[in-house]
Every structure is written in structure tokens, then in C-alpha cells.
Design a protein around this ligand. Structure first.
Ligand code: ADP
Ligand code: MG
Length: 562
């Protein structure tokens, strides 16, 4: 039949098509993302050849993507003015599975024996995803070479496709999908418009839907910071957070070329996250998506940032990231680790800068996001950067008026000669902290004490242990006189060998009688009872070694245990 050619799909392709065509995958709308991204790739390739080839291109067609929905014929059509495919390309690229994503998909299906789960969405099956929604797919294509011929590729899925030469095909590629009866929604303009704005908002080329120009959300991260005004930022932020009334309190525009190419933009919402939002997605999904040259690599990317930074909304684009980076690769990639490392340090520095620039605003941020920051100090994956994150913590202190806060770094700057510890006291309120026997026991020492009001602060301090080589020390431990004496660098376990200096108004035998009685009465609940001169107002206090927080748990046990 002259130029008519019937071909068999490569075995793997046929297998993939079979799985995809039968799939009941509920998010089959991703086929739109896949073919838009193919069109965008084709346009990018054309732009590149135009820039690099010696021969001048014959014509200067605009680089665009046109999508048409047709309810009467039940079709979805996409046309691009991109690089196009030769006859050979058609057999090589649409008849065989070249892309690694599709191969991995197949491997996964055969391992799990289930194609209807979300794995289609995870891997993206590229061009073949059109067969999830279409009974027949037709591709008209022609390259920009003036001597080239146009071709038509057609398949109903199954095991074969046909290629014919075709007249009056414009340079570029047009794909017509004849929709399955239960996929008629993709012939509806409104539906398609929503899908495009969800999955393909930042395509680098104009996208027209039935003539209407769509992608009006500019990929802000590709511009220069100085060229972006607040209005654009707000629009972009609302696009990312899918909320049209939210405002952001901070934004960070970060660009670097070393150690990696990174163009990124981050926002922090003014709105305090709800408990629900704080607890959900602890699995590691971030609010930040990964792009490579404006093409989405992964939405809400795992591992790109440590978990505790999941309150950020944003975009990271890197030319160093291959487009077909699969989930497994993302997880194990040295590239992603490097990127996480760089971004995390930059973000911590950003918050520190903000705390200096506008401490009041920072305090508002800290109050809203304290749980996340605490999680950052405690997290397994933050061990190496624990002290870095700890710099973001803020506490009231005995040296500052109520309502004012300090960080650990500033506390250390104010430390007196000879003070080797950072002192803190956990209490439910300022008043209870200042009237507690622990605070009283420090009288005359002129030492600053951080007040920790949230129950989990204590865990944070215990876990942190040290900051800038200074040991964090709870006042519920026994505070010793020599902790404030200069020039005694002896690393001493407080109180074990160094007995406190005691001058008591009780006689020695009175003191002994009292402590003997107390020891007998308290029995195993105490390890020792001593007379102290540290208290004026309180008759007695309980001190603990290290595990201060354990006391809270023990207390409730003793209360129920007669
Ligand atoms: P991938 O995009 O990952 O390579 P796809 O299955 O999406 O895999 O596409 C397979 C191949 O088909 C592409 O690599 C490309 O060569 C070709 N192709 C698909 N769509 C187009 C298009 N609109 N213009 C030119 N070539 C295309
Ligand atoms: Mg593709």
C-alpha cells in the first residue's frame, strides 16, 4: 500500500500498553501533564537547535502549545510547534520504551502485581498514558527540515501501530486522542483547564486552550529577585498554597551555582498551621516541589528538605537534576543530599537574619512554628545540625523583662566570667519560675536563667545537652557554688565529689536528727537528704540528677501508688 506500514510494538511496550489501557487509575488526568511536558521538551529541543545549528532555520514560527477539546467528536487534541519526529523517530520513540521511568514502572508492576495503585502516577508512563483515556491515538508530525515529509502514526493500543505518510502536516507534532466513553470529561474545557493549572502551571511556553492563553502563573524563580514585586509574590504564593486568602510572612529567594545549580523560592505562611497540619505528612513530604528547567520532577518532594521544614511552601529548580529521577533515586541520590544540606543551612541562616532584622516579627514566627523548630532540634536526621537549629530557639529569661526573649547565642554573650553552664528552669509560667525554690536557691549569684514554659522544652534541652561547648543545666539539678568560680575548668559531675559549702543555723546534731528522720520517712524515694542554706522562703526542695523530666512521670506514679 505504498507508504503504509504496519508495525508491532516492542514486547515491553505492548505489555505496558496492555496494563495502562486496563488501568482504573483514578488520576488518569496525568496524561495531560505527560503530553504537555513532551510538547514542552520538543519546543525546548527546537529552541536549542535554533540556537546552536549553523544553518538558519527556514521559518520563525512561534514556540507554542495549543490544546483543543471537542465534546461532539469526543476528542482531546494537543499541537506543538516543536522539533517534530521523522519516520525513523516515530518507530524508535513511540514504538519502544526508551525512558527509564516506563521501565521502572513495568518492573514495579511485575513485583507488586497491581497496576491500579498510585504507581502510574509515581513513575509517569509518558506518551503511553494517553492510552489510559483514549481508544485511539493519532500523531501527526513533521520536522522543521524543509525536505522532510509529514507522517501519521496511529494506534488503538494492543500490539500494533501503523505509520503512513501524510500531506499538509505542519512542522511540529499534533496528537489527537479519541476518548473512551468513560473519559469524556477530558473533552470538557473547564475540566481540562483545572487539570492544566494543577499539573502544568509553569510550562515555559505559552499554552492555549481552545484559543485562550493559559499559563499566566510565571515561574518566578527563573526571574531576577529585583524584578519581582510583592503582588507577583503573593499571587505565586497563593498558587503554591492553593489558598486565595492566605498571606506569607517571610519569603526567601535563593540562587546559587555552587556546589550545585539551585534556583529556589520559599514562603512561610502568616497563618499558624493547625494541629492537624502539624501532625499530618510527618512522612517526609515537604511543601516544596522539585523542578528541572521549569519542568516538574516531583510534586511535594520527599528528602529535598528535612522533615521539620515541611511548613515551607516553595519551588526548587536545578539544572543538575535529571528529569526522570525516580522516587528511589531521589531517596538515595547524593545530589539530593547535597541539595538538602545546602538548602537547610541557607534556610537556618535566613531565619537567624530575620531574627536580627526584626526581632518582634521573628518572635511571632517563632510562636507559630515553635513545634517544628523543636522537632528540628530533636530529629534523627538533624543530628549534625542540631546546634544550628537550636540557634532559632527563644526563651524568656531572668535578666529580661517579661515578654522579651533571648536565644542561646546571646545568652552566652552575657555569661559572667567563670560560668560554664547555660542555666534553665522549666516551669509553667514566669510567676511560678520566679517564686520556685530552685530559682531562690540561686540568690545572690547574679546568674541568668532561661525560663521554659512549654512541657516539651525540657525534652528539647535534655536532648540538646550542649550548646557551643556549654552544658545546658536544669536548676532542678543541684547547683553548686563552684559552678560560678572563674579559672576552675575541672569537668566535674556536679555534686558527686564536690560537696556544697553549707553553713546552717541548725546545730550539727539538729541537722542530723532532721535528715535522719527525713531519710527514714522518704525511704527509697530519695538517695540523700542534706541541710542547705540556699533557701530563705522555702523550707525544702527536691533536686534531681539530669533526668529532670522523669520526675514528671514519676510524680504521677507516686500519686496513684499508695
Ligand atoms: P520521555 O518524554 O520521558 O522521553 P515519553 O514516553 O513521554 O518519554 O515520550 C517518548 C518519546 O517520544 C520522547 O522522548 C520524544 O522523543 C517523543 N515525543 C513524544 N512527544 C513528542 C512531541 N510532542 N514532539 C516530539 N517528540 C515527541
Ligand atoms: Mg515525556
Amino acid at each position: 500500500v505504498g507508504n503504509f506500514d504496519q508495525h508491532e510494538f516492542q514486547a515491553e511496550t505492548a505489555e505496558l500498553l496492555n496494563i495502562v489501557a486496563k488501568s482504573l487509575y483514578s488520576e488518569n488526568e496525568v496524561f495531560i501533564r505527560e503530553i504537555i511536558s513532551n510538547a514542552s521538551d520538543a519546543l525546548e529541543k527546537l529552541r536549542y537547535t535554533r540556537l546552536t545549528s549553523q544553518e538558519a532555520m527556514a521559518e520563525d514560527v512561534p514556540l507554542e502549545i495549543h490544546i483543543k477539546t471537542d465534546k461532539y467528536n469526543n476528542t482531546f487534541t494537543i499541537q506543538d510547534t516543536g522539533i517534530g519526529l521523522s519516520r525513523e523517530d516515530l518507530t524508535n520513540n513511540l514504538g519502544t520504551i526508551a525512558r527509564s521511568g516506563s521501565k521502572e514502572f513495568l518492573k514495579n508492576v511485575s513485583e507488586k502485581g497491581d497496576a491500579n495503585s498510585s504507581i502510574i502516577g509515581q513513575f509517569g508512563v509518558g506518551f503511553y498514558s494517553t492510552f489510559m483515556v483514549g481508544n485511539e491515538v493519532t500523531v501527526y508530525t513533521k520536522t522543521h527540515d524543509p525536505d522532510s515529509k509529514g507522517h501519521c502514526w496511529k494506534s488503538k493500543g494492543g500490539v500494533s501501530y501503523e505509520i503512513t505518510e501524510a500531506e499538509s502536516v505542519k512542522p511540529g507534532t499534533k496528537i489527537v486522542v479519541l476518548l473512551k466513553p468513560d473519559c469524556r470529561q477530558f473533552a470538557e474545557e473547564d475540566t481540562v483547564e483545572k487539570i492544566i493549572s494543577k499539573h502544568s502551571a509553569f510550562v515555559g511556553f505559552p499554552v492555549r486552550l481552545n484559543g485562550k492563553l493559559l499559563n499566566t502563573v510565571q515561574p518566578l524563580w527563573t526571574l531576577e529577585a529585583k524584578d519581582i514585586d510583592e503582588d507577583q509574590h503573593l499571587k505565586f504564593f497563593r498558587h503554591l498554597s492553593a489558598n486565595d486568602s492566605e498571606h506569607y510572612m517571610y519569603k526567601l529567594f535563593y540562587k546559587t551555582d555552587a556546589p550545585l545549580n539551585i534556583r529556589s523560592i520559599f514562603y512561610i505562611s502568616e497563618q499558624r498551621p493547625t494541629i492537624l497540619e502539624m501532625s499530618k505528612d510527618t512522612t517526609g513530604r515537604s511543601g516544596v516541589s522539585l523542578y528541572s528547567r521549569k519542568v516538574l520532577v516531583q510534586h511535594k518532594t520527599e528528602h529535598l528538605l528535612p522533615k521539620w521544614l515541611r511548613f515551607l511552601r516553595g519551588v526548587v529548580d536545578s539544572e543538575d537534576i535529571p528529569l526522570n529521577l525516580s522516587r528511589e533515586l531521589l531517596q538515595n541520590s547524593a545530589l539530593i543530599s547535597k541539595m538538602r544540606e545546602t538548602l537547610t543551612s541557607r534556610l537556618i541562616k535566613f531565619f537567624l537574619d530575620q531574627s536580627k532584622r526584626d526581632p518582634e516579627k521573628y518572635l511571632q514566627f517563632f510562636r507559630n512554628y515553635k513545634l517544628f523548630i523543636t522537632e528540628g532540634v530533636l530529629a534523627e536526621d538533624m543530628q549534625e545540625k542540631r546546634e544550628e537549629v537550636a540557634q532559632l530557639l527563644r526563651y524568656e529569661s531572668s535578666s529580661l523583662p517579661e515578654g522579651e526573649v533571648t536565644g542561646l547565642k546571646d545568652y552566652i554573650k552575657r555569661m559572667k566570667d567563670g560560668q560554664r553552664n547555660i542555666f534553665y528552669l522549666c516551669a509553667p509560667s514566669r510567676n511560678l519560675a520566679e517564686t520556685s525554690p530552685y530559682f531562690e536557691a540561686l540568690k545572690g549569684k547574679d546568674v541568668e536563667v532561661l525560663f521554659c514554659y512549654d512541657p516539651y522544652d525540657e525534652i528539647t534541652m535534655l536532648q540538646l545537652k550542649m550548646y557551643d561547648t556549654k552544658q545546658l543545666f536544669s536548676l532542678e539539678n543541684e547547683v553548686l557554688a563552684d559552678m560560678f568560680q572563674p579559672n576552675k575548668d575541672k569537668e566535674s559531675k556536679p555534686g558527686l565529689e564536690n560537696e556544697p559549702v553549707v553553713t546552717t543555723q541548725l546545730s550539727e546534731s539538729q541537722g542530723k536528727d532532721l535528715t535522719d528522720w527525713a531519710k527514714a520517712a522518704l525511704d527509697v524515694k530519695v538517695t540523700d537528704v542534706k541541710v542547705t542554706d540556699k533557701l530563705d522562703k522555702h523550707p525544702a526542695m527536691v533536686t534531681v540528677w539530669e533526668m529532670g523530666s522523669v520526675r514528671h512521670f514519676l510524680k504521677s506514679q507516686y500519686l496513684t501508688d499508695p
